[in-house]
Design a protein around this ligand. Sequence first.
Ligand code: URA
Length: 229
Amino acid sequence: MRLDKYISSVTDLSRMQVKRALKSAEVTVNGEVVKEPRTAVSADDEVMFNGELLREAKPRYFMLNKPEGYVCASKDRLNMTVLELLDEDNLESLHVAGRLDIDTTGLVLLTDDGQWSHKITSPNNHCEKTYYVETADPIAPELVELFREGVKLKGELKPTRPAQLDIIHEQAARLSVSEGKYHQVKRMFAYAGNHVELLHRERIGGIVLDERLEPGEYRPLTEQEIALS
Ligand code: URA
């Protein structure tokens, strides 16, 4: 990574302040004063600013209220990505912990801590997620039992794990699933001959979408939320 980028990613300094610090010989790399912002540095280099060793920033954790029309990917040629909604340095080090479809809204977690996101996304951990769902047709009450027992989706070897369906009214429900098969919620309703018209994720494990976040807004997770995953 470029030295100037590295310094601004691990400190609170603005790009301009980093430039000035470099110019006035306040930065050393492995004991040598370096003034060139484009100097390449790696994790093995000892970068010091004003005599203080700079370390990789603490891991970052954010929750975002994803609006429709954004993809959960780091790059996309056609669509805007959820990362574009974040006003943070070093965006390329962040990734999504549990994707949503382009037309699904709600809770998305972003982090640069791979071990933490693994706990959420690993199929072995059965992290539970809750979705608010609206459907084209009335939701048959028998679906509560059907989804509890599990359904065998097309192309899958095993039935879905037991899921909890709470019908709110004729065409709206909450569904909690503890796995993350491709288009899982839409496919479960399609299996039952219904169509998901609106899908909004409200919860991942113990982390609940902050209702003060408007679509497109985000905030860091609290220490408590980080521990809840
Ligand atoms: N299930 C779906 O069908 N889509 C999502 O985005 C999330 C869960």
